[in-house]
Design a protein around this ligand. Structure first.
Ligand code: SF4
Length: 239
């Protein structure tokens, strides 16, 4: 099966979830940890049935499904099938997306409880992260954010910090350009990356990442840092 349902207590905060990794992506982030998921796949009807059966079999043990990838919105009809099943079973639904598909977001937003959107670089500087990206990435991401905000769905934006690709000022710039409920800065891990040359890049020190987050002048109410050393740390949370 191309979509391997996987249990997780980390992918939907505070919930036990079944994560569905949908293959295919329109970016080629140099640090991508799921290079095996980049190739676009076609799904057979019986494969989709197997995923729906997996949700059925696990419904007593999970609170939510997380639709991840790859970029799930390249297969919005498949995503809609999984959402329909989850809602029938009273499960929460979280979508992980790269934000480049506002039309796909519009088609599913009414059924979502949580969106985690990767904001990979300053919105007009995606060339720093991927050789392949739409030239109107900034407009697409802004539109996706607007749709999510207008529908009052919880929005987490997150960035993976690779020291050789991004700077402190890049994070300050991109955060000033987004509107969300939560922002998470993720420590780059140098194991298994799409661009194998990144395996020699030193993983950033959590103290340096903390320094970046403390320098942000933002009204985003909740800020997190994710690192191998300290897990998911809340750096700021307005009540
Ligand atoms: S990290 Fe980038 S290339 Fe990899 S799945 Fe996510 S958006 Fe696609």
């Amino acid at each position: 099966m191309n979509i391997q349902p996987t249990y997780s207590s980390l992918d939907y905060p505070g919930k036990m979830a079944l994560v569905l990794f949908i293959p295919g992506c329109d970016l080629r982030c140099r640090y991508c940890h799921n290079p095996q998921l980049l190739k676009n796949e076609k799904f057979t009807p019986w494969e989709l049935e197997e995923v729906l059966d997996a949700i059925d079999e696990n419904v007593d043990f999970i609170d939510a499904i997380v639709i991840s990838g790859g970029e799930p919105l390249l297969h919005v009809d498949v995503v809609k099938k999984f959402i329909k099943k989850a809602k029938k079973e009273n499960l929460l639904v979280k979508l992980d997306t790269n934000g480049l598909h506002p039309d796909g977001v519009k088609k599913v937003i009414k059924s979502l409880d949580y969106v985690a959107m990767d904001v990979k670089a300053p919105l007009d500087e995606y060339y720093k992260i991927s050789d392949v990206y739409p030239k109107n990435a900034k407009e697409l991401i802004k539109e996706s954010i607007n749709v999510i905000r207008q529908n009052n769905v919880f929005l987490e934006c997150r960035t993976t910090f690779v020291p050789t690709l991004l700077t402190k000022n890049d994070i300050i710039n991109l955060v000033s350009d987004i509107d969300c409920d939560m922002y998470t800065l993720q420590q780059f891990r140098n194991r298994l990356t799409f661009d194998s040359s990144l395996s020699t890049v030193t993983e950033p020190n959590p103290e340096d990442l903390l320094d970046i987050l403390r320098s942000l002048d933002t009204e985003i109410p909740e800020i997190h840092l994710k690192s191998n050393q300290f897990g998911n740390q809340t750096i700021k949370k307005l009540e």
